[in-house]
Write a protein that binds this ligand. Structure first.
Ligand code: ADP
Length: 494
């Protein structure tokens, strides 16, 4: 493979291109009107304009992307995450065009893209599943009998759902029938597929997922777990590896089950097997994500494996360069997703301009981003600004380093999830490792956010001084405000 087109944007496009460049592979970016000046476009060796900002008119135009590949002599397409990454028809069209899709085969995506089909495949391999209905619900009456057996509350899930959407908790039997009917019609309109099923609602669940890698020679390994229990709206916001609560035995068992899930769908490349774990550490298969995950860096940090390079290698037909027994966990890594969101207003997405954007640096800090100071965060796409990742010799070092990195990260112009992340890092439940997916509901209130981080007047002063290029004014402001805001506004005079 000499040339790869990255069918994505922002931080993940850049992250993929960096690994490709290290492998001596040329890169092609694609972009919409909104991303014309984005770093991923500048970083690539070539770039292809796709269309207006809405995804349906740009990043989802599979045929246009394939046509561009043929014109530019591209050998393979990396889809990143989101957009076309889990679209089996696109993967097939790529292969049919004589190009390499850097990801699994269409048939594996088809099985795992549908929650019910995925469970069916996993069941045959003896993977533990959350108790519930086996197939789609046709008759709510039958569902009632099953719910009585497993006990309320239960969760109705859309088979084609994703991204935390298409789920509803039902507390009481009287509500079940009505909720099933509304879930079916909602699933039809949201996902074009009305199949819904029921799972026992796990009361105090942790979301623990396992990274797997498979080549086309029958080698399958797991790269340990990621703990993704700190969520809002059923969506992850802070992840870490390894989990603070797994024993070596449980880790090995979950790893093996994850590899079995990969085997059950004839998987190729990098994938993630998601499990839900109850208070007694029973774990159940939820679904498999057939792509690179947002949170993959924490796995890279603790294993030393560049997952994108491995994806490219196995897509080229090479064997995995290591075996299960070669993989060891070294240290600990935490990732904070820095979203343009206001944690004070129920994590409502925020838009605006990155008036000040200064990244943290230093040992054990990795920032994957796709923006520069002065850029707007477009409304058309996911509002993630960056992924802030820290690494330490142990969990405590990674945690304290994350607090330091958050303090060093300067973003002015819009609200972000960083203040919330600082709150989490300092919270007793996170420190002890005793938390579940209800962390936000149980422990967080907007008024707990650190007020000292909101010295807007001081920050506004910094911006004015910055715009005027007046270093002495900046120093003066920084000195005056050093103790009120953070000491790193202070420019120390030697
Ligand atoms: P999606 O595909 O939308 O991401 P998942 O099936 O992966 O949906 O579930 C997303 C989140 O919803 C999980 O991380 C967990 O917090 C919650 N969840 C899913 N299934 C259950 C369950 N049976 N009981 C309790 N919580 C659940």
């Amino acid at each position: 493979m000499n040339k790869i087109l990255v069918a994505n944007r922002g931080e993940i496009a850049l992250r993929i291109m960096k690994s490709a460049r290290e492998m001596g592979i040329q890169t092609v970016a694609v972009y919409s009107e909104a991303d014309r000046n984005s770093p991923h476009v500048k970083y690539a060796d070539e770039a292809v304009y796709l269309g207006p900002p809405p995804s349906a008119q740009s990043y989802l135009l599979g045929d246009k992307i394939i046509a561009a590949c043929k014109e530019l002599g591209v050998d393979g397409i990396h889809p990143g995450y989101g957009f076309l990454s889990e679209n089996g028809e696109f993967a097939q069209a790529v292969e049919d065009a004589g190009l390499i899709f850097i990801g699994p085969k269409a048939h594996s995506m088809k099985v795992m893209g549908d929650k019910l089909a995925a469970k069916e495949a996993a069941r045959e391999f003896g993977i533990p599943l959350v108790p519930g209905t086996e197939g789609a619900i046709d008759d709510p009456k039958e569902a009632i009998a099953i719910c009585r057996e497993i006990g309320f509350p239960v969760l109705i899930k859309a088979s084609a759902g994703g991204g935390g959407k298409g789920m509803r908790v039902v507390e009481r039997e009287e509500e079940l029938e009505e909720q099933i009917h509304s879930a079916i019609s909602e699933a039809k309109s949201a996902f074009g597929n009305g199949a819904v099923f029921i799972e026992k609602y796990v009361g105090s669940p942790r979301h623990i997922e396992v990274q797997v890698l498979c080549d086309s020679h029958g080698n399958r390994v797991h790269l340990f777990e990621r703990e993704c229990s700190v969520q809002r709206r059923h969506q992850k916001v802070i992840e870490e590896a390894p989990s603070a609560i797994l024993s070596d035995e449980l880790r090995a068992e979950m790893g093996q089950k994850a590899v079995d899930v990969a085997r059950s769908c004839d998987y190729l490349g990098a994938g993630t097997v998601e499990f839900i774990m109850d208070e007694d550490h029973n774990f159940y298969f939820m679904e498999m994500n057939t792509r690179l995950q947002v949170e993959h860096p924490v796995t890279e940090m603790i294993t030393g494996v560049d997952l994108v390079k491995e994806q490219i290698r196995v897509a080229r037909g090479e064997e995995l360069s290591f075996k299960q027994e070669d993989l060891k966990i070294h240290g600990h890594s935490i990732e904070v997703r820095v979203y343009a969101e206001n944690a004070r207003e129920n994590f409502m997405p925020d838009i605006g301009n990155l008036r000040v954007y200064q990244r943290p640096h230093g040992v054990g800090v990795r920032v994957d981003d796709g923006f520069e100071e002065g850029m707007d965060i477009p409304i058309y796409y996911d509002p993630m600004i960056s992924k802030l990742v820290t690494y330490g010799k142990d969990r405590e070092e990674a945690r304290l380093r994350m607090i330091r990195a958050i303090d060093d990260y300067k973003i002015v112009g819009l609200h972000t999830t960083m203040e919330f992340a600082r709150f989490v890092m300092k919270h007793e439940a996170f420190i002890s490792g005793d938390f579940d997916t209800h962390f936000v509901n149980k422990h967080f209130k907007p008024e707990y956010l650190d007020q000292s981080q909101h010295a807007d007047g001081d920050i506004a002063g910094m911006i004015v001084a910055k715009m005027m290029g007046d270093q002495s004014k900046q120093n003066e402001l920084a000195d005056a405000n050093g103790s009120a805001t953070r000491s790193n506004w202070k420019i120390k005079r030697l």
